[in-house]
Design a protein. Structure first.
Length: 508
C-alpha cells in the first residue's frame, strides 16, 4: 500500500502574502472552491487576526466549502487563537494552525523572548487551540535554522499539549535537500510522540529549492507537504504544489506515496490563481507553464510524433491541459459552445453562459478560429466576481509617431452614457485619463502587462494592470480583446469597478 501524503494548500494565506497580491472575499471563495475540486486535504484560508477582510474570507470559506479541512492561522497568542476559532468554527473539518519562531535569530531579535518563554507560549497556544477544536497544527517558525535540541523539546511539548500536526518550516528557504532530509529524520527519531501526529513541512523558495526540499522531506518520512499553487508566496514563494504532486505521482517508483489530488484539475487551478492574483505563470514553469509540453526542436518533434514518451514524462491531459484541435467559429451555436465549455470543465450558470456566449460571438466576428485557450480567456473574464458599475461602450484612439495620442471613451453606467476625451503620453495613458475624467477618480497606473492567449496576428491580447488611488491599495483589472488598446481600456475599467466595489462606493 502506498503511503498517503497530505496536501496542505496555503495559496490563500502565504500565497496571498506575495507582494502586490490582494484578493477579495469572493475571489478567495472562488479559489477555495477550486482547491476543494482539486482534492487538497487542507485549505489554509487566511490569518483572521490580520484584517477584517481576512477574517471574513476565512469565515465565508469555512461556511461554504465542504469536504476539506479549513485551517486558520494564529500566532501563539490567545487573542489570535480566539479570532481564528471564531472565523473557522463553522467549517466541516476546522483546524487551528498556531506558530511561534524557535530559531535563535528570531527569538532574540524579533520576539525578544528566551527559549523557556517560547516553549511556554507554544504549549499555552496549543492548549488554547485544543480547547476549541481537536485538529491543531503547531509550526516552529524558522525551524530549519533552529537548534535541533531546542526544536525537539518544543515539538515534544506541543505534541504533549495536544498538537495533532507538527510543521517544520524552512521559513527563509535556507535548507538544502540532503540536509533537510537529515533534519526530518533526526526529528522523527528524537521527538517522543511524533509517530502519533502528522509530520509536515513548509518550504520557501529563496534558493529555488522549495520543491526539492519538500520531496526530500517526504523521502525522510514527512506526511504533509505545504505549498501554494504556482509557487506563489512570501518573497520567492512557497513550494509549488502542482510540482510536488506531479513529482510524487510521476516518480511513485521512488517515493512510494500517493496524494488525494485530482491531477486533471491542476491546470485550471493554476489559471484561476494566476488570473485572480494577477501573477503570470512563466512560460517555462514546470507542469503548468505554456511551454511545459511544447516541443520546439525538430528532433524532439519527430520523437514525440513517433512515440510521445520519447520526450514527455507526463501526459498533458493528466494535468488538465486540453490537446484538442477542435475549434469553434462564427457559425458555432450556443449548444456547441456550452458543450465545449463543459468538456473543458467549466460549469456556467445561465447568466454567465449568456454573457460568455455574447463575448464569444463578438470575438468570432474578428477571429476565424476560436481555440480552447480563447474560450478559457473568455470564461475567466466572465467568472471574475466584480460588480459592474461602468462598461466600455466605445473607444476611439488617435495616435502615431508625430501626433499627441488622444483617446475618446464612451462609458455606460446603468442606462446613462458618458463621453470624455483626453490626451496622454501614449495611447494607454490617454485612455486612462479619459476614463478618470468620466469616473472623477484620478488613478495611477502601477503596472501594465500583456499576454497573447494564442499565436497569430488575430490572437487575443490579455491585458492585466494594477491601479491605485492616492498611492494606497492596488486594484487589479483584466481585459481581453484582439485589439490591445481595447483590452487595456477594458482592463482599466475593470480595475476601477473593483476599486468602487471594494471601497464601498458602488453607488457613486
Ligand atoms: O514560513 C513560515 O514559517 C510560515 C509559518 C507561519 C508556517 O509561513
Ligand atoms: Zn511560509
Amino acid at each position: 500500500m502506498a503511503r498517503r501524503v497530505y496536501i496542505f494548500d496555503t495559496t490563500l494565506r502565504d500565497g496571498e502574502q506575495s507582494p502586490g497580491v490582494s484578493l477579495n472575499v469572493m475571489e478567495k471563495l472562488q479559489i477555495a472552491r477550486q482547491l476543494a475540486r482539486l482534492g487538497v486535504d487542507v485549505i489554509e484560508a487566511g490569518f483572521p487576526i490580520t484584517s477584517p477582510g481576512d477574517y471574513e474570507a476565512v469565515k465565508t470559506i469555512a461556511r461554504e466549502v465542504r469536504g476539506v479541512t479549513v485551517a486558520a492561522l494564529a500566532r501563539a497568542s490567545f487573542q489570535d487563537i480566539d479570532q481564528a476559532w471564531e472565523a473557522v468554527k463553522e467549517a466541516e473539518q476546522p483546524r487551528i494552525h498556531t506558530f511561534i519562531a524557535t530559531s535563535p535569530i528570531h527569538m532574540r531579535h524579533k520576539l525578544r523572548m528566551t527559549e523557556e518563554q517560547v516553549l511556554e507560549a507554544a504549549v499555552a497556544a496549543v492548549k488554547r487551540a485544543r480547547s476549541y477544536v481537536s485538529d491543531v497544527e503547531f509550526s516552529a517558525e524558522d525551524a530549519s535554522r533552529s537548534e535541533l535540541d531546542f526544536l525537539c523539546r518544543v515539538l515534544e511539548a506541543a505534541i504533549a499539549a495536544g498538537a495533532t500536526v507538527v510543521n517544520i518550516p524552512d521559513t527563509v528557504g535556507y535548507a538544502t535537500p540532503e540536509e533537510f532530509a537529515r533534519f526530518i529524520s533526526e526529528i522523527r527519531q528524537r521527538v517522543r510522540g511524533i509517530e502519533k501526529v502528522v509530520l509536515s513541512v513548509h518550504c520557501h523558495d529563496d534558493l529555488g529549492l522549495a520543491v526539492a526540499n519538500s520531496l526530500a522531506a517526504v523521502m525522510a518520512g514527512a506526511s504533509q507537504v505545504e505549498g501554494a499553487i504556482n509557487g506563489i508566496g512570501e518573497r520567492a514563494g512557497n513550494a509549488a504544489l502542482e510540482e510536488v504532486v506531479m513529482a510524487l505521482y510521476t516518480r511513485r517508483d521512488q517515493f512510494g506515496c500517493e496524494t488525494g489530488i485530482r491531477t486533471e484539475e491542476i491546470y485550471r487551478t493554476s489559471r484561476l490563481v494566476s488570473t485572480l492574483t494577477g501573477m503570470p505563470v512563466q512560460p517555462n514553469k514546470a507542469v503548468v507553464g505554456k511551454n511545459a509540453f511544447a516541443h520546439e526542436s525538430g528532433i524532439h518533434q519527430d520523437g514525440v510524433l513517433k512515440e510521445r514518451t520519447t520526450y514527455e514524462i507526463m501526459n498533458p491531459q493528466m494535468v488538465g491541459i486540453s490537446q484538442s484541435n477542435l475549434v469553434l467559429g462564427k457559425h458555432s451555436g450556443r449548444h456547441a459552445f456550452r458543450q465545449r465549455l463543459q468538456e473543458l470543465g467549466y460549469e456556467l450558470g445561465e447568466e454567465e453562459l449568456n454573457k460568455a456566449f455574447q463575448q464569444f460571438k463578438i470575438l468570432a466576428d474578428k477571429k476565424k478560429e476560436i481555440t480552447d485557450a480563447d474560450l478559457e480567456a473568455i470564461v475567466e473574464e466572465e467568472l471574475r466576481p466584480v460588480p459592474v458599475t461602468y462598461t466600455l461602450e466605445y473607444l476611439h484612439i488617435s495616435t502615431g509617431t508625430t501626433i499627441v495620442p488622444t483617446a475618446t471613451v464612451g462609458l455606460k453606467k446603468g442606462d446613462e452614457l458618458f463621453e470624455e476625451a483626453a490626451c496622454g503620453n501614449g495611447p494607454v495613458d490617454a485612455i486612462c485619463r479619459a476614463v478618470d475624467k468620466v469616473t472623477g477618480i484620478p488613478c495611477v497606473l502601477k503596472s501594465w502587462g500583456i499576454n497573447a492567449v494564442t499565436s497569430g496576428k488575430d490572437a487575443i491580447g490579455e491585458v492585466t494592470l494594477k491601479i491605485t488611488e492616492n498611492g494606497g491599495k492596488t486594484y487589479l483589472g483584466r481585459g481581453i480583446s484582439t485589439d490591445i488598446l481595447e483590452a487595456s481600456a477594458k482592463a482599466y475599467v475593470n480595475a476601477v469597478n473593483r476599486l468602487l466595489w471594494e471601497t464601498g462606493r458602488l453607488k457613486e
